[in-house]
Design a protein around this ligand. Sequence first.
Ligand code: CA2
Length: 155
Amino acid sequence: MKFLVINGPNLNLLGRREPDIYGGETYARLEELIRDTCLREGVEVEVFQSNHEGAIVDRIQQALDAVDGIVINPAAYTHTSVAILDALKAVAIPAVEVHLSDVRSREAFRQVSYPGMACVRTFMGLGFEGYRQAILFLKDYLAQRGGGACSTVSW
Ligand code: CA2
């Protein structure tokens, strides 16, 4: 089983600012947690971070026929990107959305998630733990489902 974990803009700067919202740990530490979790679960993983919407769309397209599941924190593109939503729908690879913060309790402009509309589940407000839970959930989801198209839910 192979997963692709995608992190959107500015997440590479984790730990440098706004620790009250995003925690004090670095992006390198987040990658380590993702890799450790996947290793423990017997899941092969590629971790990808980009500040560019098109690069994220390209990476999702490249996952076609190569990846079983996607974990994605689109960061600010969560609230703007129909392109990332369309890419997730186009590849129809089961995807789980993660947010470090509880976006539902934040500003009005954060109350919509376009990519989330193509994800089977969203974890938010759990910090790094949300990635661990997303990986465990996706592994169970794929094991139970055994193939087929990605269902569409919103939050
Ligand atoms: O809570 C999340 O994970 C977010 O996806 C993070 C995004 C934000 O735009 C979403 O609404 C919710 C922002 C990531 C910015 O990361 C930073 C890293 C270092 C310092 C400040 C922000």
